[in-house]
Design a binder for this molecule. Structure first.
Ligand code: DAK
Length: 268
């Protein structure tokens, strides 16, 4: 791949958008490489995925302005849908996705970070929606996501003014989960990823599905969905082992993520 680096270790994948000469701006090729990589790793049994930017300055400085300059209206719609499909693929990724925001997260880069489940930022990170200063609006679902995260009024302030905010302000608004010195960011992100990866994969995956379902469902629909997700976890080796271990005051065996129902000796 030209603009993506991917590696994985101990159930944790790290996808680096690596186009530092353009501050990792998302051109069509980068978008399709991210989509292809996500497609390839969806069923790889990862327990956490980290997305970050190559170089020291930028997470992602937005959609590629050079590419958008001559985009015609009839193509803008398809362009929007392609980007939205990618953001939705992150939403639907079976394991939690952490954005390690190591610098500029502007426009489409901010939207990408918002599609992730958790955002951890370096002290030099800068967030903004510059779209209205370029004559457009955010097209990758960021309007909906930022409003859901911090409320409509605070979201509209950022969207209408295009003002830049620091990592510290992003933390106070609840946009990022934590802020770290840049040199420590990846270490802290990997520590969080390892904590997630140490939990039962089916429990973690299903709680992500439940959290993501909240917005789109009525209360009774959510109750049904939650019950189905809850049911799926029962009878699995991980659930039986972890609960038995608690009652027997011992450490549980490492989680396997197996979804099949097991029979306990007492049931034989
Ligand atoms: N696109 C293309 N190239 C970019 C870029 C971008 N977004 N950001 C930076 N670059 C390039 C610069 O052009 C420069 O390239 P060369 O001149 O060296 O060839 C190189 O990266 C280094 O940038 P600078 O020289 O500008 O570096 P500085 O440190 O001076 O400034 C900066 C860093 C991040 C403050 C500045 O580069 C900047 O303001 N960049 C633009 C940020 C921005 O406005 N981003 C938002 C783009 S709009 C939609 C879908 C999505 C979107 C909208 C609609 N639909 C489908 C409808 C999303 C829109 C956006 O993201």
């Amino acid at each position: 791949m030209k603009y993506i680096r991917y590696e994985s270790k101990d159930f944790i994948g790290t996808l680096t958008i690596n186009r530092p000469e353009a501050l990792n701006a998302l051109n069509g090729e980068t978008l399709s490489e991210i989509s292809q990589t996500l497609g390839e790793i969806t069923s790889a049994g990862l327990r956490c995925l980290v997305i970050t930017g190559g170089g020291e300055k930028s997470f992602v400085a937005g959609a590629d302005i050079r590419e958008m300059l001559n985009l015609m209206p009839q193509n803008a719609r398809e362009y929007s849908k392609t980007g939205n499909r990618l953001m939705n693929a992150i939403d639907d990724f079976p394991a939690p996705v952490i954005a390690a925001v190591n610098g500029y997260a502007l426009g489409g880069g901010f939207e990408l970070a918002l599609a992730c489940d958790i955002r951890m930022a370096s002290e030099n990170a800068v967030f903004a929606f510059p779209e209205v200063s370029l004559g457009i609006l955010p097209g990758y679902g960021g309007v909906k996501r930022i409003a859901a995260l911090i409320g409509a009024a605070r979201a509209k302030d950022l969207l209408f003014t295009a003002r830049r905010i620091t990592a510290a302000e992003a933390l106070s608004l609840g946009i990022v989960n934590s802020v770290h010195p840049q040199a420590e960011l990846m270490g802290e992100v990997l520590k969080t990823a390892a904590k997630i990866a140490g939990n039962a994969p089916l429990g973690v995956g299903n709680v992500k599905k439940a959290a993501n379902a909240v917005a789109g469902l009525t209360a009774p629909q959510f109750t049904e969905r939650e019950a189905a997700l809850f049911q799926e976890c029962f009878g699995t080796q991980d659930q039986r082992n972890a609960m038995s271990a608690f009652l027997e005051k011992r450490k549980p065996a490492p989680f396997t993520g197996a979804c099949t129902t097991v029979t306990m000796p007492t049931e034989l």
